[in-house]
Every structure is written in structure tokens, then in C-alpha cells.
Design a protein around this ligand. Structure first.
Ligand SMILES: [Ca+2]
Ligand SMILES: [Ca+2]
Length: 457
């Protein structure tokens, strides 16, 4: 009979200590984060656009068709000498036979993300405080950080060094962090032959003024088209009071797509790809790739087919996982897609004064609560295309910050209801990030300090 009892409710340990540390504002209880957050002042909306436009908008008139490989998703391959890419099978997972566990590789200080550099077998670990450390596949951490940006960020809660991505040739790194004033910066750093990031070469690409302390997004990645995708939150507070998610004149609440190369006429630090969906539209930022996001926390392209997966943290009731399919888009997954916020929270109407025409509904949503399929703040993951765990290849993995465990759904599903979710690791630490190593196997990051590999149990 025991097996028929409801499964024990598990909370990520030690949730009490950390639950408010990182995602206080990302969780539904936005009031928590907003008090402190409001120091930046809500009056910065217009300023955000102006400030950003000083670095980017002038690029609107430039284009570089050659760089816009949106219709040729496989055009950018890793640099010569790089490790082999993950196998591109699209086989369906067999979630019923998955037996997985988290293998701890090493400990860090407030790690929030991991990245790999093409041609390098090591894993780069982002510490929120501003350091980037390098770990061997076996979990040995180099004593010397690959970069130290602690002087550029005042970290805490949803602020700090939040994201790292490497150019497809491995020679440049892109970091996303909030500065001492809480504003978002995306900078480029050169990478030397030893794989260290040269802070002296720092070049600012984007500056986005943040009206509130929370919902800073912070992740970024190169897509299969070789272009840089940046996730931004709606700016913060709760409920998107500025309507940024649906507002096309702001970079907040969006996916952005840029070519980090300076614009052809030298007037802007990056280039607007010609294939961006809103290029040339009045009142619309040309950097926008997708809109309607609240706080995208973890997004990834499926290496097998280019699908864009994104978890968007909910407000008070629903957490959501979305997938923008590449099929039928010429490889341009997410192009012009409206993810719905703040007209919708999950599939549920939220602000009925707002419309989000044609909004893409999540493939999966779950309610706030303490059950094993509930939570408070979704952490987006990756589609497993590795081979470390039998039956798992072809599954999308995700987690929730407040409820322990790693969850999986079939990446081929059209809609995933609660019955379609398999908890593949039932206990563990508070998960804030996922990634894949150079061999394509899944990594898991806990704000508690651990970076783990998902392995066969
Ligand atoms: Ca913010
Ligand atoms: Ca949504």
C-alpha cells in the first residue's frame, strides 16, 4: 500500500537558507524582491530605451546578410580541433526506464551557470559574484579563475554575473551581468590560447537600464546560426507594471538576436542580423527576436534539430516551459514568437487589459505548491542528446528552484501534462542551471555550490 500513498513532498535542501537568496523576485512572491528592487526607480522606462539606443539602435539601419544564417542552421560549426559535437539523434526517450543520479563534480561559490568553449574539453563555471572558474571533465578546478569581474558587479539575489557564452570559434567570450547600479551589461572579452578571458579587452555590446532589481534574465548563448541570443527579463517588480513584455520599443522582456561584430559603418558595437523579424518597423527595436517573456531562466537550442527551449518564471500561480520549434521556420526557431507575458501566465489570462496576438502557449505548465511536480520558480534546462543515462536521450530536462528533483518530458511531445512528466532524480539541491559538457552530457548547477553531471544510477 505504501506505493500508493502520495509521494512525500520534497523541498530542495536547504531551501530555507537559499530560497530567498537568488530568486526572491523571480518567485511568485515578487513583493519580496521588489522592495529592494525599487531602489532603481520605476521612472527609468524611457531611459532604458534611450540608454540602450546609444549603444545599439543605430545599428538598426545596418545589416549583414552574410551573417544572418537564420535559414541555414548548420552553417556555423565548431572551430578546427574542437571536440566532436554531440550525436544528433532524434530518437524518442524511454522515460520509464531512466535511472539517473547526480554525480557531484566540484564545489563553487554561488554558481549559476556553466558553459563550454568550442575546442576545449573543460567546463567554465559562472559564479554569481563575478568569477569564472574552469573545471576539467573529471571535476578538477583550476586554482586561477579564467576571469575575475567581481569589481564590475554588486551581486546578490537576481543580480550578479549571470551568463557566459563563447563564440563558435572559441576566441571570444560574452558575459551578461548586472553592474553596481543593477543595470544589465553584455560585454565581449577576448580569450587567450590558454582559455583565459582577458578582462583588459572588455568591449561593451549592450547596456540595458533596469527599472527594478529583479527579472534581469541574464543568460545568453550562440544559436545554431552562429548568432548571439540574449534573454532579458521584463525589468522586474511584479506583474510587469510597465508592460515591457509586449512593448516592442524596449529590449526588456525579450529574446534578442545580434551579431557581435561591430556594425559595418562602425557606429554600433554590434550588427543587427538582416533576418531579425522587426527590422525596419517603426517603434520597434530591431534586436528583438522573440517577445512576451517575464524572466527567461534557462534557455537552450536542441543540438539535434535547433528547437529553442525556454523556461519562463511565473508570477503567482503558474511556471512554464516553452518550445519554439525550428521545423517550418528555415531553422529560425523563435523568430517573431510571442511567448505571451503579461497577457498570459502559463496558459491562463493574466492582465486582461493586454493582448498578445498569436501567443505561443507553453508545452508544459505547473502550479505553485510544494508537490514534486509543483514549485515556485522554474529552472530551464536542455534537451539531453548524450548517452550517459539510458532512455533519457531525447528528453527535455528542467527543475524548480523550490522543489528538489530533476524533471523530464519527451522533447517530441506536443503538450506535456503532469502525467507526462517523469521525475528522473527525486532529491537534491536547489537547481539554478543546466548545461552540457563538451561530450554533450548533462550538467546541473546548484546555487548551494555543487556542479553535477547527470549519470546512470
Ligand atoms: Ca530588473
Ligand atoms: Ca508564456
Amino acid at each position: 500500500m505504501v506505493s500508493l500513498l502520495p509521494r512525500r513532498r520534497r523541498r530542495a535542501a536547504p531551501a530555507a537558507a537559499v530560497a530567498l537568496a537568488l530568486l526572491a523576485g523571480a518567485c511568485g512572491s515578487d513583493g519580496d524582491g521588489d522592495g529592494a528592487a525599487a531602489t532603481a526607480g520605476p521612472a527609468a522606462t524611457a531611459g532604458a530605451d534611450r540608454a540602450a539606443s546609444t549603444t545599439g539602435a543605430s545599428a538598426a539601419t545596418t545589416s549583414e546578410p552574410a551573417a544572418d544564417a537564420g535559414t541555414t542552421p548548420s552553417s556555423t560549426e565548431a572551430a578546427p580541433g574542437s571536440v566532436a559535437p554531440p550525436p544528433t539523434t532524434t530518437a524518442r526517450p524511454e522515460l520509464g526506464r531512466v535511472r539517473a543520479q547526480l554525480q557531484r563534480l566540484a564545489e563553487f561559490s554561488d554558481p549559476v551557470a556553466v558553459a563550454v568553449r568550442p575546442g576545449d574539453e573543460r567546463v567554465y563555471v559562472v559564479e554569481r559574484g563575478g568569477t569564472i572558474k574552469v573545471m576539467s571533465p573529471a571535476g578538477e578546478v583550476a586554482e586561477r579563475p579564467a576571469a575575475n569581474l567581481t569589481g564590475r558587479t554588486a551581486a546578490g539575489g537576481e543580480r550578479g554575473l549571470l551568463g557566459l557564452a563563447f563564440s563558435p570559434d572559441g576566441t571570444r567570450a560574452y558575459v551578461n551581468y548586472t553592474d553596481d547600479d543593477g543595470h544589465t551589461n553584455v560585454d565581449e572579452l577576448a580569450v587567450d590560447a590558454a582559455g583565459n578571458l582577458d578582462v583588459a579587452t572588455r568591449r561593451r555590446l549592450l547596456f540595458i537600464e533596469q527599472p527594478y532589481g529583479n527579472h534581469n534574465g541574464g543568460h545568453l548563448t550562440f544559436g545554431p546560426d552562429g548568432l548571439l541570443y540574449i534573454g532579458t527579463g521584463d525589468g522586474g517588480s511584479g506583474g510587469d507594471p510597465q508592460g515591457n513584455g509586449q512593448k516592442r520599443s524596449t529590449l526588456l522582456g525579450k529574446f534578442l538576436r545580434i551579431d557581435p561584430a561591430p556594425s559595418a559603418d562602425g557606429s554600433a558595437p554590434y550588427t543587427i542580423p538582416a533576418g531579425n523579424p522587426f527590422v525596419g518597423e517603426a517603434g520597434t527595436r530591431p534586436e528583438i527576436w522573440s517577445l512576451g517573456l517575464r524572466n527567461p531562466w534557462g534557455f537552450a537550442f536542441d543540438p539535434a534539430n535547433g528547437d529553442l527551449w525556454v523556461a519562463d518564471v511565473g508570477q503567482d500561480a503558474w511556471e512554464e516551459v516553452n518550445v519554439a520549434r525550428a521545423a517550418g521556420t528555415g531553422g529560425a526557431a523563435g523568430r517573431g514568437v510571442n511567448f505571451g507575458w503579461n497577457a498570459f501566465e502559463g496558459t491562463h489570462p493574466y492582465d486582461e487589459s493586454t493582448v498578445a496576438p498569436g501567443a505561443l502557449m507553453p508545452i508544459h505548465e505547473y502550479p505553485h505548491g510544494n508537490g514534486e511536480l509543483e514549485g515556485c520558480s522554474v529552472t530551464g534546462g536542455v534537451v539531453d542528446r548524450g548517452s550517459a543515462v539510458a532512455g533519457l536521450s531525447g528528453a527535455y530536462l528542467f527543475a524548480d528552484y523550490c522543489v528538489a528533483g530533476i524533471r523530464a518530458i519527451d522533447a517530441n511531445a506536443t503538450v506535456a501534462a503532469a502525467d507526462d512528466v517523469r521525475v528522473v532524480v527525486a532529491d537534491g539541491p536547489a537547481v539554478v542551471g543546466f548545461g552540457t559538457d563538451a561530450a554533450g552530457e548533462v550538467l546541473v548547477v546548484s546555487i548551494n555550490g555543487g556542479v553535477y553531471r547527470l549519470t546512470q544510477a
